[in-house]
Design a protein around this ligand. Structure first.
Ligand code: 5GP
Length: 222
């Protein structure tokens, strides 16, 4: 996607700006899902990107809300038809971001939140570098990560062991991200992630309405 190809977020102060793609990544169990939910609930103008996946649905998940659950054949068709903005294989399953809803949200002036892994983040950065803001969430300790994986109680012991061993690999990509948040405490981590989004929304380069705004101001001062 060309970074110039989308519309302009309203800007809560009336100054037009480019929409941004806000990416959260972390090893599973570091609190990324909770942080995403809190962001969507508390930050107006931010829309969640719902990924397609071939992994089986977990108890409590809703098709179309948490993921679009598709079979392998459907996923392969989406890849072939270029319907995915990025995609990757994680834990033997395929995950990808449907392109159309992201483009629609950005053209409607919204920011989009992605819960994707480092492979997907690299692809997004490659496609729309200036519009991607990436945050990596780290757990405070390995013991904490394990505790959180167990308390979710959604996965078997074998799956949890698998996720623990992969966490280290996932974490090795931390240095590719713009921001790093260590999730000692969910409220504090949320406040930090929220601050990042708020500050990035104010970045001069994104606020394409500033030139006109300042010109008007100067006109009034003359
Ligand atoms: P889970 O199966 O626990 O929901 O997700 C496993 C991993 O896949 C997480 O790290 C999550 O961020 C990642 N993931 C979810 N959706 C996507 C996607 O659309 N693209 C990519 N690249 N990764 C995804």
């Amino acid at each position: 996607m060309s970074s110039g190809g989308h519309g302009f977020a309203g800007g809560f102060d009336g100054v037009e700006r480019r929409g941004l793609m806000f990416v959260l990544s972390s090893p599973s169990g570091a609190g990324k899902t909770t942080l995403s939910r809190l962001l969507i609930e508390n930050m107006p103008g931010l829309k969640m990107s719902v990924s397609a996946t071939t992994r089986p649905i977990r108890p409590g998940e809703v098709d179309g809300r948490d993921y679009l659950f598709v079979d392998k054949a459907r996923f392969e068709r989406m890849v072939k038809d270029d319907e995915l903005l990025e995609w990757a294989t994680v834990f033997d399953n395929s995950y990808g971001t449907p392109r159309a809803p992201v483009e629609a949200a950005l053209s409607a002036g919204q920011d989009v939140l992605f819960d994707i892994d480092w492979q997907g983040t690299q692809q997004l950065r490659h496609k729309a570098r200036a519009d991607v803001v990436s945050v990596f969430i780290l757990p405070p300790s390995a013991a904490d990560l394990e505790k959180r994986l167990h308390s979710r109680a959604q996965d078997s012991d074998e799956v949890i062991r698998n996720r623990m061993s992969r966490a280290s690999h996932e974490m090795s990509h931390w240095a590719e991200y713009d921001y790093i948040v260590i999730n000692h405490d969910i409220d504090a981590a949320f406040a930090e992630v929220q601050s990042i989004l708020k500050a990035e929304r104010l970045k001069r380069e994104r606020r394409i309405g500033l030139v006109g705004f300042v010109r008007d101001l100067q006109g009034q001062l003359r």
